[in-house]
Design a protein around this ligand. Structure first.
Ligand code: PRT
Ligand code: ZN
Length: 210
């Protein structure tokens, strides 16, 4: 039996559950239960916070997971990725107050930047020779400049309306993300075979959607 971890509630949960259902797999939705067994495929589904999914799969508590690439890479386990799933597309971007002068990433030298993604942002800045002061906060990153916590931010953007609403201007795309299927790297042969069956079905679903 394969164990798949998906987000309990949030931006990924509905699309994750829909994808599994469209694969012809029947199961109960997340309610107050944190796990459920599919009725017609050897699959157990765990409902978790998205941030916990990469670690659970890395440790083998779950065999598979569905999570945003942003969360996967920030957790430090990019090699768990099996394939992109084409939903929850977004980008991790740097933004500054609308009126602030900005020409290039070099302007961020020595600047305070608020973010929930210190690893991805740190790597991006280091590659470009920029040394900034990263302030890691777990939410409401967009208000950091207006309360004097930072001069710039780095956060997830999709439509851009949250940045606009907070008087911020997007200046660099740091990372592009979508939901990905991830797998533990030491699956036994039976589980590997089940993963292949699942991937085959997921690919068929995606082809049919196009
Ligand atoms: O509770 P749990 O920890 O499981 O969930 P969460 O609150 O950490 O994550 P959730 O559900 O908000 O997002 C899950 C994943 O969806 C993210 O990790 C991304 O991979 C993906 N995703 C896609 C997004 C967005 N789009 C998005 N727009 N995640 C967050 N946002 C936020 C962003 O942080 C910003 O505050 O939406 C706001 C910006 O949206 P726009 O449209 O105004 O630009
Ligand atoms: Zn989260």
């Amino acid at each position: 039996m394969l164990r798949l971890a998906i987000q309990k509630s949030g931006r990924l949960s509905e699309d994750s559950q829909n994808l599994i259902r469209e694969c012809g797999i029947s199961f109960l939705a997340a309610s107050n239960k944190l796990k459920t067994e599919a009725t017609n495929f050897p699959l157990e589904i765990l409902y978790l916070r998205d941030d916990d999914i990469p670690g659970y799969v890395q440790d083998g508590v779950a065999d598979l997971g569905i999570v945003g690439q942003n969360v996967l890479v920030e957790a430090g386990f990019p090699s768990l990725e099996v394939e992109g799933l084409g939903f929850s597309k977004c980008r991790l971007s740097l933004a500054v107050p609308r009126a602030a002068a900005y020409d290039s990433v070099q302007d961020l030298q020595g600047v305070n930047i608020a973010t929930s993604y210190p690893r991805i942002l740190g790597d991006y800045l280091t590659e470009r020779g920029v040394k900034a002061n990263l302030h890691t906060i777990s939410g409401s990153v967009e208000i950091a400049p207006s309360i004097g916590l930072a001069e710039a931010i780095c956060d997830i953007v999709s439509s851009g309306s949250t940045l606009l609403g907070n008087g911020l201007r997007e200046v660099e795309t740091v990372f592009r993300s979508e939901a990905v299927l991830i797998a533990n790297q030491n699956l036994n042969p039976e589980k590997k075979e089940l993963l292949e069956q699942l991937q085959f079905r997921m690919q068929a679903v995606r082809r049919a959607r196009r």
